[in-house]
Design a protein around this ligand. Structure first.
Ligand SMILES: [Zn+2]
Length: 450
């Protein structure tokens, strides 16, 4: 869990901060807090990219005719990229990283690896490229571990009813202490505080949007009931519960989808215009194009935040009220199967995609990624407050009769209605499946009497 606060300003205290050696070999120091923040973001991003450079990716090996005969693993940064395993080595190589506090450099290790594996998983399920490098055009920011030790780092102090500071401390290396000054410096980030601060493990600074996020350990939710319930993903509703109720994830309205599509087309048109004028890449996008993009992102963000809010609220309600929740094993890969791209006969090395089918796959994959997010949040919350989330295999839960157990394809009268061909039991198809899932979980855990 995390808490996001706004950054009101930054101040610098102590010694001048060593920024590095410039191209003439002269050391640079600064006392400008804005400059120091940008330098911290740059240092963090570089260390992140240095770690990313070492990740392997596949390189095709071609024979004389240009045909691919084999695949070779190579680091993302190329065959000759230096291996900088330790932060110490990175500091020695890049003088401008020498004074970046170690909780900032060290955090790249975990952040890079979790983003890398999340990207690979995304690539496998919804497609896309392998994760690449961080660019400063996509926003400045850094992560800093909270370090409560002797020197202390990213420590929060309350300064008023609704204000506080996060202090990041650093030290210039002995070689680069400015003559006549001490080595230690501090960056004091002033933040607005809305709610009670909870213990946290690290802070994420988003310098582009001037926000700061505390990443904290989740508090267990108070338990209000000890129900047992089965969940099934419905075809009409997002979730069907074994007690016969339904839950719906908010979807973007027709007007919102229309607006998104309109903005997307507008951006494409502006891109063509810019290209004709010699702009080309997004880096040189026009002011109008940037405006369209920010409107697009705002609307998209609104839709995503509304959905995530629903996920959080729903999982909280469920985790509070129930002691056992049975869920189906989500086979994300099967759900999001896309038509395989076929090789383009006219254009060797390129592939043809079926547009409409690929899009349908993408829509489904967005739904399934939301469902897996929901399941993950539910599992986290239940594990924290002593509940028991149970995952059961999905096979035949939708075809089996809850009353007599008869399994037949013909039981599904339509997508929504379940009608048993053996005993005549009639119910909503998703509720019937949810009940089967619950039964399966209860017999698995030995709680069949409940
Ligand atoms: Zn039956």
């Amino acid at each position: 869990m995390s808490q996001k606060v706004r950054i009101d300003g930054v101040k610098h205290a102590g010694a001048s901060v060593f920024l590095g050696v410039d191209h003439c070999g002269n050391p640079c120091w600064t006392r400008n807090p804005e400059r120091i923040m940008v330098w911290l973001c740059d240092g963090w991003r570089t260390r992140f990219n240095q770690r990313r450079e070492q990740r392997p990716h596949d390189i095709p090996v071609k024979d004389e005719t240009g045909e691919i005969i084999d695949w070779l693993k190579e680091p993302l940064g190329g065959p000759d990229v230096p291996k900088l395993v330790l932060d110490r080595e990175a500091r020695l190589r890049c003088s401008w990283m020498a004074a970046v506090p170690s909780p900032i450099l060290a955090s790249t290790n975990k952040v890079e690896s979790s983003e890398w594996f999340a990207g690979l998983k995304r690539k496998k399920t919804i497609g896309g490229r392998i994760p690449g490098f961080k660019s400063r055009h996509r926003g400045l920011g850094f992560v800093c571990w909270r370090n409560a030790s002797r020197s202390g780092n990213a420590i929060f102090h309350k300064t008023g009813r609704k204000s506080g500071v996060v202090v990041i401390t650093g030290m210039n290396p002995k070689r680069w202490v400015k003559p006549g000054e001490k080595a230690h410096w501090r960056i004091i980030v002033h933040v607005r505080v809305g709610q009670e601060m909870r213990p946290y493990t690290s802070v994420h600074v988003d310098w582009t949007h001037r926000t700061l996020v505390y990443v904290n350990m989740p508090l267990p939710l108070p338990r209000t009931g000890d129900g047992v319930i089965g969940l099934d993903r419905g075809c009409v509703h997002t979730l069907a519960l074994s007690d016969g109720t339904f839950m719906d994830m908010p979807k973007p309205s027709k007007a919102e989808l229309k607006r998104l599509k309109y903005l997307q087309r507008k951006m494409a048109r502006q891109d063509r215009t810019n290209e004709a004028r010699g702009g080309g890449t997004a880096k040189f996008a026009s002011k109008r194009r940037r405006k369209t993009l920010s409107e697009f992102n705002a609307l998209q963000g609104y839709i995503v935040r509304r959905r995530n809010d629903w996920i959080e609220k729903t999982t909280t309600t469920l985790a509070k009220a129930d002691i056992l929740i049975a869920m189906e094993d989500l086979d994300v890969q099967a759900m999001t199967k896309r038509p395989k791209p076929r090789p383009d006969p006219d254009n060797p090395g390129r592939h043809l995609y079926n547009g409409a089918k690929a899009k349908a796959g993408l829509d489904r994959s967005i739904l399934s990624s939301n469902l897996s997010r929901l399941m993950k949040r539910l599992q986290d919350k239940m594990n924290a407050n002593g509940g028991k989330p149970v995952i059961v295999p999905a096979a035949y839960t939708s075809q089996a009769c809850h009353k007599c157990g008869h399994v037949a394809k013909g039981n599904r009268e339509s997508q929504a209605v379940f009608h048993c061909v053996e005993c005549g039991y009639e119910a909503n198809a998703d509720v019937n499946a949810a009940k089967n899932i619950l039964d399966r979980a209860l017999s698995e855990t030995g709680g069949g009497t409940a």
